[in-house]
Write a protein that binds this ligand. Structure first.
Ligand SMILES: NC(=O)c1ccc[n+]([C@@H]2O[C@H](COP(=O)([O-])OP(=O)(O)OC[C@H]3O[C@@H](n4cnc5c(N)ncnc54)[C@H](O)[C@@H]3O)[C@@H](O)[C@H]2O)c1
Ligand SMILES: O=C(O)C(=O)C[C@@H](O)[C@H](O)[C@H](O)COP(=O)(O)O
Ligand SMILES: [Zn+2]
Length: 380
């Protein structure tokens, strides 16, 4: 299983210098397609909310950080389409991506006698998006939902493609479902209020798309990283659009991760082990993935798939983004134990997404001793 080159969009230079405008990236799946709306001002634009499934009731799911910032604007838009617009507030953070939080959604839906046409709106980052999607997939065996991502990470990755889940103490995203949203509405203006650490975490997933699918995009990120860190809207608009195009291209070919889709997991085998091993929330998902990509890049080099220069190149970019590149000292045995639970493992064999050439990735096994050698060189 390897990737081939993802289709390119309009010229990078012209897209990156044009004023940020509304982009509409389609994602075409076997059963159903939907659109990813990207642009500034979408929370205040009536157009973004037209044509969603008709229902009496909408339920906005958000948290104590995002709701005070954006709830009222979304509520105002939805009031034009739904007789009742309900709201449920979940506790903030990765450590609450669990059954207890999920149950708050069901408690609210049932207390309001919400019927099976009710539309759920996920207003927040990837934690809210993953949980709202999972809740939508199982409430009355499935109700529609819409992703309204407000972090960079959620706009470039988690809101697209239909992976929904909660964590288990023994493994990340272990309980979940593939369940696609009706639409994604990514308002770039919401990124104005994002803490810098969260912006950096989102950049980890942006960087990921380069080595796995688009060498030209990797070079673009290297050249435009300072603009992205400074939240230049045109740079952010281009990055979100290009990431969504690549993700839509991958998921459109392999919605349920039978093969190709696994490339989106580059850096995640080590990354998820860091998140689970350190306790959910100690490392942000993007931080763990950034560091995990350094380790996976080293493994790609040690297996002879990539030239040695690849490792410092990727590590430098991840460092420049403000992400940690030294893995926590959990011990090689603990890392291996955690990684054997990874969803890509088969019959106890850990499988890694490794880079085969710039813009192309594939799945590979590796002997425990080699993995341990990588870990011993990168644990701080
Ligand atoms: N489903 C997928 O395909 C997929 C892909 C990547 C990541 N994920 C999941 O996404 C999660 C990480 O998502 P995340 O990085 O968005 O974290 P997050 O959802 O925890 O959001 C990060 C923090 O920023 C706050 N926040 C959100 N929007 C804000 C805004 N506009 N202004 C100020 N603060 C804001 C949140 O309340 C939170 O404190 C992980 O659980 C990860 O597993 C899923
Ligand atoms: O969409 C995908 O496929 C991904 O792998 C995207 C990842 O960035 C994301 O973190 C995903 O949730 C990881 O999936 P998992 O199946 O390893 O839990
Ligand atoms: Zn991820």
């Amino acid at each position: 299983m390897t990737s081939s080159t993802a289709p390119t969009s309009a010229s990078i230079a012209s897209s990156a210098t044009a004023a940020p405008a509304l982009h509409c990236v389609p994602i075409a799946l076997d059963q159903r397609s939907y659109d990813i709306h990207i642009g500034p001002g979408l929370l205040d634009s009536a157009q973004s909310w037209q044509g969603l499934p008709k229902a009496a009731c909408a339920l906005i799911v958000s948290n104590e950080v995002v709701a005070p910032l954006y709830l009222e604007r979304l509520r105002l838009q939805l009031a034009a389409h739904y007789r009742r617009v309900e709201f449920v507030q979940l506790p903030d953070g990765e450590s609450h991506k669990d059954w207890a939080s999920l149950n708050l959604v069901f408690d609210h839906l049932l207390a309001q006698a919400a019927d099976r046409k009710t539309v759920l709106f996920a207003l927040g980052g990837g934690v809210i998006g993953d949980m709202t999607g999972f809740a939508a997939s199982i409430y009355m065996r499935g109700v529609p939902f819409v992703q309204v991502p407000t972090t960079l990470l959620a706009q470039v990755d988690s809101s697209v493609g239909g992976k929904t889940a909660i964590n288990h103490p023994l493994g990340k995203n272990m309980i979940g479902a593939f369940y696609q949203p009706e639409r994604v509405v990514a308002d770039l203006d919401t990124l104005d209020t994002l803490p810098q650490r969260e912006l950096a975490a989102g950049l980890a997933e942006v960087i990921k798309y380069g080595p796995i699918a688009d060498a030209e995009f990797l070079a673009w990120i290297e050249a435009n990283l300072d603009a992205l860190l400074a939240r230049d809207k045109r740079a952010l608009a281009y990055a979100v659009k290009r990431c969504c195009e690549i993700k839509a291209w991958v998921v459109g070919q392999d919605e349920r991760e039978q093969g190709l889709r696994a490339i989106l997991n580059f850096g995640h085998t080590f990354g998820h082990a860091i998140e689970t091993g350190m306790g959910y929330g100690a490392w942000l998902h993007g931080e763990a993935v950034g560091c995990g990509m350094v380790l996976a890049a080293d493994l790609s080099v040690r297996k002879g798939l990539m030239p040695p220069e690849f490792l410092p190149r990727l590590r430098r970019l991840i460092e420049r983004a403000g992400l940690p590149v030294q893995a926590p000292r959990l011990g090689a045995e603990r890392y291996l134990e955690l990684m054997r639970v990874d969803k890509k493992a088969e019959a106890g064999e850990i499988r890694f997404v490794l880079i085969e050439s710039l813009g192309r990735a594939g799945m590979h096994g590796a002997p425990d001793e080699l993995v341990a050698a990588v870990l011993s060189d990168h644990c701080g």
